[in-house]
Each structure stands twice: as C-alpha cells, then as structure tokens.
Write a protein that binds this ligand. Sequence first.
Ligand SMILES: [Zn+2]
Length: 162
Amino acid sequence: MDSGSVGSAKDLANLQHEVGALAKRQSDLEDVVLEIMERLETGQARVSEMTARRDDAQHSLAEAESRRDAAQAEIDAEAEKVTRERAAIAAVIPADLLKLYTRLRDTQGGTGAARLYQRRCEGCRVEFATADLRTIRAAAPDEVVRCENCSRILIRTSDSGL
Ligand SMILES: [Zn+2]
C-alpha cells in the first residue's frame, strides 16, 4: 500500500479492510491468550495447593500407620507375656479346678472367677445375705467356694467382708 504498488482504489480499500480485520483478529486472539494464561495460572495454583494437601495427608497417614504399628507391637508383646504367665499359673492349678474355671469362663461371658468384695460377688454384683456369708466364712481356705447366683468361683480376700 505504502509503495503504491496496489493498482486500483478498490483493491487498496479491500486491502485496508483486510488489514483492519486482521488487526482486530490479532487483538481478539491476544485477549484469548491472556485469558488462557490467567486460567493456567489459577490452575497451577490449585495444583500446588492440592499437591501440598496431598503431601500433608500422606504425612499424617504415615504417622498414623507408624503409631498403629507401634501399638500393635506393644499389644502383641503384652499378649505373649500374658499367655506365658497364664500357662505358668495353669500348670500349677489342679486339673479339675482348671476344668471348672474354664467351663465357667466359657459360659459366664469370659469371667470364670470373681472377687468377693465387701459381701458382694464382683462377677454378678449380687450382695450375699448374712447366712450365705456365714457358710462362706466357715469354708476351709483351700475349699472352692462359688457364687450362688452366677456360679462363678469366688476369690476370698481380706476385703471380702467375711
Ligand atoms: Zn456372682
């Protein structure tokens, strides 16, 4: 256009129109590029935030798993110790008494023997009448005394209230 090589005024007008349209198109495309870049930045910020949250969650999970494993190891060690102690005690208990205890434990919700504490069976919480306490008091120290109510073996102590 500047060199005057375009022949007709009509061609020149067409060319000017085309240049105007292209400039408008370029401006529109630049706006689109800007909008896309803004969306990209927003998306990248969101990715960073979510990545940080995921890392935090993974860290928390690892800590919780570590605590769980430590607790499990403690429980396993305790269970092993208790099992050993029980075996040692069971070995010196007369077989018929152990059999009775085991049967009661299995039928009485896991507790085959209960402490007699202040005139009360700690297995079923029943308080004994004076006559029952008299019978229990009269029993020999090595006699197996049982609760009239729940049948559990009663463990007599100095706090039994006898
Ligand atoms: Zn009882």
